[in-house]
Design a protein around this ligand. Structure first.
Ligand SMILES: Nc1nc2c(ncn2[C@@H]2O[C@H](COP(=O)(O)OP(=O)(O)OP(=O)(O)O)[C@@H](O)[C@H]2O)c(=O)[nH]1
Ligand SMILES: [Mg+2]
Length: 296
């Protein structure tokens, strides 16, 4: 997972290979772009890294990897302030999920619901994707597997009404969270975008999460931009990190959107999910220990 990043950066050299500093900016830039880091943030990372290396003519691969790792960490830290979703300060805390088709919204809702339940919380899910065939059954099945109440109405019902019902149910049962599943929509899909705004008016969510598929790379940022122009977002879940060989998309997403990545999906099973941790991520794209121990 994500290991292509360092391979591209090294281009076959070992950690203690010595390289000329004047070749480095191009080499790092190219590796970043190939790893799905957007142009602007890649340029910023290159310039930061070169500044950190200082006025020397040669460095080892391990040294510039460490400098780059530090630069990436500061980009991530600058846009990634984490809310404490386990202490939301309101009950029920209503979370709306958005994203285009197939990014992993429904799966992520099930995973997050499980995460909350394991932390001793009570969860209600609103099956507000009343649009796609099989969507209600899909989320209902997750509810069954996890022992979580899924509030549903027949296919074609008003998604806002389902969300409204789920919130009423959560209030009556003193539940901690309502998670609202929604239909996947394209940026160009006007009706569904209008419907999304209606859900927001009716359910007035306390928190809105955009689900992005890490494999879609730079497109993900464009998608996010469209959603951002329609509604405000509070955080992001990046899915399918396990199938992402390029690895740099998350850097671009945080830098472009200035919204925290809350969780990452790392597989199809419920447990393939975890709160996003910058060090976990950095350890995958540019592992620290080996680089450190190999420094000359
Ligand atoms: N490998 C992998 N697959 C994932 C991950 N998250 C979701 N998937 C898979 O992606 C596919 C789509 O997931 P869904 O949760 O149905 O996506 P969705 O966004 O709800 O899709 P629509 O409702 O059609 O818009 C399913 O096959 C999931 O198992 C992940 O982190 N890793
Ligand atoms: Mg879905």
């Amino acid at each position: 997972m994500l290991d292509g990043f360092r391979k591209r950066l090294r281009g076959g050299s070992g950690p203690d290979a010595v390289v000329r500093v004047d070749n480095l900016p191009d080499r790092i830039m190219e590796a970043l772009l190939e790893s799905d880091v957007g142009f602007d943030v890649a340029a910023e990372l290159v310039s930061d890294t070169m500044k950190a290396l200082g006025k020397v003519s040669k460095v080892t691969v391990a040294q510039y990897e460490q400098a780059l790792r530090t630069s990436i960490k500061s980009v991530i830290d600058s846009g990634n302030e984490q809310p404490d979703l386990l202490k939301p300060g309101k009950k029920p805390f209503v979370i709306l999920f958005l994203g285009i088709n197939g990014t992993g919204k429904t799966t992520s809702i099930a995973k997050l619901a499980r995460f909350f339940v394991e932390s001793g919380k009570r969860v209600v899910i609103a099956a507000s994707d009343t649009f796609r065939a099989g969507a209600i059954e899909q989320i209902a099945k997750h509810g069954e597997n996890l022992g979580i109440n899924v509030i549903r109405q027949p296919k074609g019902s008003d998604p806002s009404a389902v969300a409204f019902d789920a919130i009423a149910h959560a209030k009556a049962r003193n539940a901690d969270y309502v998670l609202i599943d929604t239909a996947g929509r394209m940026q160009t899909n006007r009706n569904l975008l209008e419907e999304m705004k209606k859900i927001r008016r009716v359910a007035s969510p306390d928190f809105t999460i955009l689900v992005l598929d890490s494999v879609t790379g730079q497109d993900a940022i464009e998608q996010a931009g469209t959603f951002l122009s329609e509604v405000s977002l509070d955080g992001i879940i990046m899915t399918k990190m396990d199938t992402d060989a390029r690895g740099g998309g998350i850097i671009s997403v945080i830098s472009a959107l200035k919204k925290p990545v809350l969780f990452v999906g790392t597989g199809q099973a419920y447990e393939d999910f975890m709160p996003f941790d910058a060090d976990w991520y950095l350890d995958r794209i540019l592992p620290k220990n080996e680089a450190e121990s190999d420094q000359v």
